[in-house]
Design a protein around this ligand. Sequence first.
Ligand code: AGP
Length: 611
Amino acid sequence: MCGIVAYIGHREAYPIILKGLKRLEYRGYDSAGVALLNNGMKVYKKQGKVADLEETLIGKDLHSNIGIGHTRWATHGEPCDRNAHPHTSKNGKLSMIHNGIIENYAQIKGELIKKGYTFQSDTDTEVLLKFIEDIYVNNEGSLEEAVRIALKRVVGAYVIVLLDEDNPDTLIAARKGSPLVIGIGKGEHFLASDASPIIEYTKEVVYVNDYEVAIIRPDELILKNLGNEKITPFITKLDMELAAIEKGGYDHFMLKEIFEQPHTIFDCLRGRLDASAGTITMSGIQQYAEQLMTANRIIMIACGTSWHAGLVAEYIFEELTRIPVEVEYASEFRYRNPVINKGDVIIAISQSGETADTLVAIESAKEKGAIILGVVNVVGSSIARTSHGGAYTHAGPEIGVASTKAFTAQLAVLTMMALKLGYMKGCISEKRYMHLLNELNDVPEKVATALLQKDAIHEIALKYKDASDALYLGRGYNFPVALEGALKLKEISYIHAEGYPAAEMKHGPIALVDDKLPVFFVATKDSFHEKVLSNMQEIKARKGKVIAVVSEGDDAANALVDDLIVVPYADELIAPIINVIPMQLLAYYIGVAKGLDVDKPRNLAKSVTVE
Ligand code: AGP
């Protein structure tokens, strides 16, 4: 899940590419590189962050109106200069960047070695480039033709962009599985993995589809399929402002996105939930109301934090709609050969809308006749375009690698869906429906109140920043919140943390408890409260450090805890959206206290576009 950027036009390419790579750095930061045409092909690449590359290029003649750039998340070949992109052809005239994985690269490499090709890197990308070169130099055809022929042999996922010294007014690009957006300007074009590097130059974009090849010149964009048939580009207008992808005075995108949640949840509810009228309007779902109403089961498919949102939604959907729900890890679901019946409803949850595991899982379920409803944040993303219907979460661009505002927006959308469906099915009374509608409507304000606890949470974070392990416990609707708390701490602070249903402790994990282990409880007032208090007793009895998130006015846990975090009370079904806020802030403050890059944690990337 690398970041790719390219430019062709009348402006200086390098500054546009450099700025774009910095915007996409959340997609991978193992190495960075650019290639420009400046009296021939000039390729510059360096292990590390984009800033490290920039440092090495100060003072160099980087003039060019055409160029390609890449920021890498290593898959094939360790992070080092040699494996950094762009890669160069044997004759030095072609340069290429790639996001994705070529699964049959070893076989192709074997064939090329027999033809006398040698390789400077361990990457699948260099193999694909030299495969294209071999076809190009041995066939009379154009580079574009060689690319189409080569891609017919390739197995895997890719976005590639090629720069050709002999065709200095043309870029060639192609896509399958990984995302590619092309920005349309006046006498110029911008290419990127998502819209964030393009937004400041143009709002007119084309989302390239699978198996499409793009031939890009300053004044021309041609799209073709691998069969050489022309395709009319479908231009979309971006509905995003530059400010949305700036830090806005916060130290980190993660902190900004945590504090944006009162607004992003409000934006997510706006125009959909009308508490005074007692209505929920979700056009992208209502089209499939019949299938949902008669569904024998609902399957939630997702990864990571989105999977945790699916787990909370399982509790809510079963409670409100009485439809059985299964929550599946996309990567396991895809290869488990699951039983999919015609009419099964699948809800695919994804912030980026580009997570390969989730994308390929829903593509295979769709082939088997399932209805796919997407709950997605990135507009125009692959999962959104692959789904039959669905709802956007409207959380705005999420730059911090650790998902925060997207999670709470996912919960808001999923709760609205379950409420609407439960009410339509007559599974819940008018009174309960209106109660939950108003509870949901009050969430933005309650989240704002929970955020006021930031200083107290910061204090607690400083107390536990040197822990080597941590446990997160919750029951019922709060169990997935505990899982999410543990994931945030792992991602941001590199502290080993596990989330568990609180009652599950007795069946093994309690052996980990001693006076050095912080145990974070999500213990807000709900139908599991008494049970959670006794679980707290069990931890205290083993001298564990208990940190509890409790509801305003509830002092039942006071005697049991070492540290307390108070949040506004909400109905147990709605509470997870509020209760996760302290979890996000704890992880953030511990990560910062440890001096770590909380926006770009090691080994991670924002959108995992490879399986
Ligand atoms: C969460 O903080 C992580 N970034 C990761 O687990 C993420 O949730 C997962 O990769 C799924 O991403 P998606 O929602 O974009 O599909």
